[in-house]
Design a protein around this ligand. Structure first.
Ligand SMILES: Cc1cc2nc3c(=O)[nH]c(=O)nc-3n(C[C@H](O)[C@H](O)[C@H](O)COP(=O)(O)OP(=O)(O)OC[C@H]3O[C@@H](n4cnc5c(N)ncnc54)[C@H](O)[C@@H]3O)c2cc1C
Length: 302
């Protein structure tokens, strides 16, 4: 006698409500299949780690109809960066956004404004020094607050909001707005301070603000004040370090042939060919000043 399996609806039991179990349960239910999901943990909770979802994972969440929910709780990284542990030097930078769109069909349209400004701010791509210094746009005002980080953990609270708020809404959020006015005032004062302190000669700007708490000032001010210069060297200090910063004028690079990372490396610092820095212990400010003078002379060809 032939055995015929009973004609009854398919029922699936899934053991474990992890990522795999939940995704399978969602997909099966959407196809009308009855699912029983068993999980040994008493409650669903996070383990406290950040969660990175690759483009293939996003595709699955989209197929499950969960993309809107995901985007309310996530942000898309601009790039993967690998940084050396000891000097903080950039090893490589792999852009992500465009690749996610071109290869995997990720829709970046709702984040267009953010990406546009991210590229300008991160890549120092302002069309003019004025546009970099006047801080008239919500994006540049927000960058001012994030860079100054006037409160512990502030960037971590701001970044998720960026996933679903416009930049003009962002600067009105109390957690941003309460810092903006004092920081804009500090920014205006720093322009006046630099106007007084800068020594611009032979294409090189030098200034020493090691006696003031000016870390986090807008790096483009020197080039607004002295557009004819190619390089800048500065001495800064904060309670945690003394610092020598080297920069190249983004709007006057035609004759910039010096590798600033190599120059900084000679004194234990590092960075990028166009921007670099050397950190010192807070008590080593005199040494930082000496190094800054030496580097200024080198860049001036003396
Ligand atoms: C700290 C950390 C950070 C990570 N970060 C990322 C990241 O950023 N991006 C990324 O893609 N991946 C990340 N991963 C990996 C990712 O978490 C795993 O690849 C993924 O969770 C595997 O899914 P899974 O469904 O196979 O297993 P799990 O998510 O582990 O799910 C298995 C589930 O089964 C339950 N279970 C086990 N045995 C039984 C049983 N007998 N009866 C009932 N229930 C049972 C468990 O309690 C658990 O809930 C990270 C992992 C860790 C530990």
């Amino acid at each position: 006698m032939t055995h015929h399996p009973a004609k009854r609806p398919l029922r699936v039991i899934i053991i474990g409500a992890g990522i795999g179990g939940l995704a399978a349960a969602c997909a099966l239910r959407q196809r009308g299949i009855e699912v029983a999901l068993y999980e040994r943990s008493q409650k669903l909770e996070e383990v406290g780690a950040g969660l990175q979802i690759g483009p293939n994972g996003v595709k699955v969440l989209r197929a499950l109809g969960l993309e809107d929910e995901l985007m309310r709780n996530a942000f898309e990284p601009f790039s993967i960066m690998s940084i050396t542990w000891d000097e903080g030097r950039l090893r490589f930078r792999q852009p992500l956004k465009a690749i996610a769109r071109e290869k995997f069909g990720f829709n970046t349209e709702p984040l267009k404004d953010l990406i546009h400004w991210g590229d300008i701010i991160d890549g120092a791509q302002y069309p003019t020094p004025e546009s970099a210094v006047e801080l008239a746009e919500p994006a540049t005002q927000l960058a001012l607050v994030i860079e100054a980080a006037p409160e512990d953990g502030l960037p971590a609270r701001i970044i998720p909001e960026l996933a679903y708020r416009s930049l003009s809404e962002m600067v009105k959020l109390p957690l941003v707005a309460r810092h903006l006015a004092p920081l804009l005032e500090r920014h205006r004062k720093s322009i006046e301070i630099l106007r007084e302190r800068i020594e611009a000669r032979d294409g090189v700007i030098f200034f020493d603000v090691g006696d003031l708490q000016l870390e986090g000032y807008n790096k483009f001010i020197p080039y607004l004040l002295h557009p004819e210069c190619v390089y800048s060297v500065s001495v800064l200090a904060s309670p945690v370090r003394a610092k020598v910063s080297l920069g190249t004028n983004p709007w006057n690079q035609a004759t910039a042939d010096k590798n600033l990372a190599t120059l900084a490396e000679k004194f234990g610092g590092g960075g990028h060919p166009r921007v670099s820095a050397i950190s010192f212990e807070p008590g080593d400010l005199p040494r930082a000043r000496e190094v800054a003078r030496e580097l200024t002379a080198t860049l001036r060809g003396k």
